[in-house]
Design a protein around this ligand. Sequence first.
Ligand SMILES: CC(=O)N[C@H]1[C@@H](O[C@@H]2[C@H](O)[C@H](O)[C@@H](O)[C@H](O)[C@H]2O)O[C@H](CO)[C@@H](O)[C@@H]1O
Ligand code: ZN
Length: 306
Amino acid sequence: MVARTVSAVTLDRTASDSLPARRLLLVHAHPDDEVIGTGATMAHYVSTGAHVTLVTCTLGEEGEIHVPALSQLAAAEADQLGGYRLVEWERACAALGVTDHRMLGGPGRYRDSGMMGLPTNQHPRAFWGADLDEAAAHLVEIMRELRPQVMITYDANGFYGHPDHIQAHRVAMRAAELAGPDAPEKIYWTAMPLSVLRDGMEAFKESENNPFADVESVDEMPFGTPDDEIAARMDGTDHHAKKTAAMRAHASQIPDNSWLYGMAGDFGGEFMGVEYYTLVKGERGPGEGPHKWETDLFAGLDLDGS
Ligand SMILES: CC(=O)N[C@H]1[C@@H](O[C@@H]2[C@H](O)[C@H](O)[C@@H](O)[C@H](O)[C@H]2O)O[C@H](CO)[C@@H](O)[C@@H]1O
Ligand SMILES: [Zn+2]
């Protein structure tokens, strides 16, 4: 019998060749980040037949608990919140139609570090203290398996400065360096245009549950990107109901009276269903409007045989 040897690279290629032509990878820090920042985008691409893979880096063990009946699960009590949020995360993914969801290094490998500067940052498994190349290697393995053309993660400040978000950015970008030919061709960072922030401040001015109550100007906020630096506007308004349902799955983190629901009420699909990105790797595809914002993250890619 003729021995047939197939190189590991060929095997890898075979694995991704059986997947849809468009493959999107998202790297987030905690359960609930996926829906808050990118839920409509994920639902949109699932609905259009792309393969969507969510990698979340921690179980969110150090989170607040907004459901009183669950208060004993807190880190300082039974320390079971991580396991509970894992179930919330699975339910949220189901609401968005995302079936490929993975914890970086497996559930519990990296622990929620808590807010910047807290003693929990020093926990032996805190994601903030993870070895960068070791953590990135878990993501490289996924890139080799799937060969995603597009990846979404956070900017260098983790969008708002949380240590796990900063570390998720660093690990995702390091993995893209190490993955070579299997690295995403386009890399986006989540972003919020200053014009949308200003509109939000205006919309909430009279609201009792105003997330902008303590700021005079959007320039005081840790996030906000000039409109001409935004590369893509993903309109997933057709899926805003899925995003809302996915948020409700994260009830321990997102209370019923959250301003997020208030914003949805005022803006409806416009706020819940529209998500923005800067492009930090790859060529910008054709776009629309005054800033030529892309409306498809795969725009400009040659997907034949990729
Ligand atoms: C959206 C997000 O990243 N949430 C994180 C964050 O949660 C904040 C934290 O509980 C803080 O104490 C609150 O004041 C703030 O309102 C929350 O957004 O940090 C948590 C701990 O690391 C994390 O579990 C949660 O997912
Ligand atoms: Zn987070």
